[in-house]
Design a protein around this ligand. Structure first.
Ligand code: NAD
Length: 266
């Protein structure tokens, strides 16, 4: 097995959940990792769990965050070989209750933030591309909601569908720079977004605001039953799927959406 020893990886939204598991996985495989998150204390704590990790705390919906993140990684670790665009959260409503703020917030974090990071990375790539070097890897995180839709998840689903468009376009633009660009679309993974509740949704604080998160016990059972594997994925299952798109063995795969859903196809 070839390795990613010494490669520099950025993982956004890496203070917890899928991002944290991915940062650990890439680090265990030899990568030097930059962790980003909005939540400073959790990001610092995550950084302490990962040998040599550099921590960049920032809200990626701030317009200059993408440029600052790329500059930080280049400055601290000398380049960027792997970029995992993972940061995100949920703010759901049926369409008749969905506010403009809600719509804008979902598109902002799931599409515009990815766009600004990718634009900053693209500028760096143009100056630093080397066709004789190893392939670099971009992995953008989408969702089954972006592929199949999900009731009450209009803005989130639209954002996650847009991730597919970003991915397929940049795969075409960046192939000549030896960069593969793929998306991983997850089904239900056990994180705070899907934390179980009995009657009322759980609350996550995102940017100081309360957001309803979680799956009811009934939804969790339905999700398990929908999977031929009979379970919801763990953050480590999710990280493993991302890892596949980061290793040299996936160098011939670009512009794809890897469905990592335990076989759930709707
Ligand atoms: N958990 C699932 O079932 C599931 C399914 C499909 C897709 N996803 C996607 O996977 C990604 C990770 O989600 P998770 O389940 O690990 O959730 P999580 O809440 O455990 O972790 C997401 C992290 O992103 C960070 N974040 C949110 N907004 C940010 C911002 N503006 N700037 C910087 N960091 C920000 C949060 O602080 C948090 O630490 C998200 O894009 C999510 O939409 C999750």
């Amino acid at each position: 097995m070839k390795s990613i020893e010494g490669r520099v990886a950025i993982v956004t939204g890496a203070a917890r959940g899928i991002g944290l598991a991915t940062a650990k996985k890439l680090s265990d495989a030899g990568a030097r990792v930059v962790i980003n998150d909005l939540d400073e204390a959790e990001a610092i704590s995550a950084g302490e769990q990962i040998k040599g990790a550099e921590v960049f705390c920032a809200d990626l919906t701030e317009r200059d965050s993408g440029d600052r993140l790329v500059d930080f990684a280049v400055d601290r670790l000398g380049g960027i070989d792997i970029l995992v665009n993972n940061a995100g959260y949920i703010w759901h409503s049926a369409i008749h209750n969905m506010t403009d703020d809600q719509w804008d917030a979902m598109l902002d974090i799931h599409v515009s933030a990815q766009f600004r990071i990718l634009r900053a990375y693209g500028k760096w790539l143009r100056a630093n591309a080397d066709r004789n070097s190893h392939f670099r890897k971009v992995v953008n995180i989408s969702s089954t909601m972006g592929l199949h839709g999900g009731a009450t998840q209009l803005a989130y689903s639209a954002g996650k569908a847009a991730v597919v468009g970003l991915t397929k376009t940049l795969a075409k633009e960046w192939g000549r720079f030896n960069v593969t660009v793929n998306a991983v679309a997850f089904g239900a993974i056990e994180t705070r977004l899907t934390s179980p509740y009995e009657t009322e949704p759980n609350i996550a604080i995102v940017k100081g605001e309360e957001r309803k998160v979680g799956l009811s016990l009934q939804q969790i059972e339905e999700n398990k039953n929908a999977s031929p594997l009979g379970k919801i994925g763990s953050p480590e299952d999710a990280a493993n799927a991302i890892y596949l798109m980061c290793i040299p063995e996936s160098d011939w795969i670009t512009g794809e959406v890897l469905l990592a859903s335990g076989g759930v196809r709707s």
